[in-house]
Design a binder for this molecule. Structure first.
Ligand code: CP3
Length: 355
């Protein structure tokens, strides 16, 4: 029995019946909210917010005060793991994340280690337990991590990249070295996510933002294989509750069936896929989360509602749909439009469910 007042998200992720389709938004806490910008300015930086459990908790709750979201997501970042490995994470205004010490040579690779989540990443587990307490059973808390491949891209490139020359260079020149990096990362993600679960995360999601830049063969070898290791190593049940696991490979529409084979509970889907096709390809083995183009939120309220209706129709009746954007909400979106979106999902989805 769940102690949650609203457990639609958990039920949908486990493909159980719900009264209406649950909804949350990737990057729901962030710069499109004026209250976020204000607190970030006071704290001084993104990392100052993320490393202070009270501030991270406050930021996590901000979107939930405005919108009837069915889940909270931990306010943190995927790059906390490489930072805890000593690579020196910095967020440069207008440039995105950068590492002081990118991983390039064999000795850089050999120096990598699995960080103790209760030591170097204690600010994350503390944030999780603080947020879980503050939510007081209202909605579930989602914990998260990057996929090994996606973390490795930032670590090896040293930051954001357009053509992935450093990591693909390593992939084709020294595949064994890259496999070692990915293996240490998979072990790190397992211990990090299990610590989030022990601290109160009620579901977890793995963001594979860059898996979609690989060939089908390399996706299996360098990304999916390590997500499989993680799915196998996670606590899938904690204190009598099932912990749903979602995998999200951006631009991974070609590989949904292979991703479903990992035994995860749900797959994130971006807007380049049609949900009806995706649903038939995974053959109801997993739930699907998605998949509105975040740019639709630049449209009028009527346009947003039409798009929500189309996506609900595309998934069709029955269980196993979590509504979301196909990627993070853009920072220049009007928060009122996010409210139209969330309300439209609840209102328009009722006919698709019979509890
Ligand atoms: O979804 C949420 O509300 C939870 C918080 C969250 C953040 N990052 C906060 C953040 C989550 C789930 C992430 C995941 C993340 N971080 C991903 C995977 C998802 C995706 O977007 O593809 C990736 C690739 C990163 C790495 C990262 N972090 C980048 C590339 C950037 C800079 C680009 C940008 O959007 O500014 C960040 C910074 C970051 N992470 C911000 C936030 C709110 C903006 C920081 C700020 O306030 O300036």
């Amino acid at each position: 029995m769940s102690s949650l007042k609203n457990d639609r998200y958990i039920k949908a992720a486990l493909r159980q019946p719900v009264d209406c389709t649950p909804v949350w938004m990737m990057r729901q806490a962030g710069r499109y909210l004026p209250e976020y910008r204000e607190l970030r300015a006071k704290a001084g930086s993104f990392m100052a917010l993320a490393t202070d459990p009270e501030l991270a908790c406050e930021v996590t709750l901000q979107p939930l005060r405005r919108f009837e979201l069915d889940a909270a997501i931990l306010f943190s970042d995927i790059l906390t793991i490489p930072d805890a490995m000593g690579l020196g994470l910095k967020f440069v205004a207008g440039e995105g994340p950068e590492f002081e010490k990118p991983v390039r040579t064999e000795s850089d690779v050999k120096n990598l280690f699995v960080p103790d989540p209760y030591d170097k990443l204690k600010y994350v587990t503390d944030a999780v337990s603080t947020i879980r307490k503050a939510l007081d059973g209202s909605v579930p808390l989602i914990g998260f991590s990057g996929s090994p491949w996606t973390l490795a891209t930032y670590m090896i490139e040293g930051g954001s990249t357009k053509n992935f020359s450093e990591i693909k260079g390593m992939m084709y020149q020294s595949p064994k070295l890259l496999h070692h990096v990915l293996d240490v990362l998979a072990d790190s993600v397992i211990s990090y996510l299990n610590a989030q679960i022990e601290s109160g995360a009620q579901a977890v999601m793995i963001f594979d933002t860059w898996g979609g830049v690989l060939t089908p063969r390399d996706y299996e070898l360098f990304s999916l294989q390590y997500m499989q290791k993680i799915v196998d190593g996670l606590k899938r049940e904690y204190q009598g509750e099932q912990i749903p696991v979602t995998l999200f490979t951006k631009n991974g529409g070609n590989w949904l069936d292979k991703m479903a084979d990992t035994g995860c509970d749900a797959l994130g889907v971006d807007w380049t896929c049609n949900l009806a096709d995706a649903r038939s390809r995974v053959n109801s083995r997993v739930a699907l989360q998605g998949n509105m183009d975040p740019s639709v939120l630049y449209g009028s309220p009527e346009r947003i509602r039409d798009e929500v209706a189309d996506i609900l129709k595309s998934y069709g009746p029955g269980n196993g749909h979590i509504f979301n954007l196909g990627h993070g909400i853009h920072q220049t979106v009007n928060p009122e439009h996010a409210k139209v979106f969330v309300d439209a999902v609840h209102e328009l989805s009722r006919p698709f469910h019979q509890e």
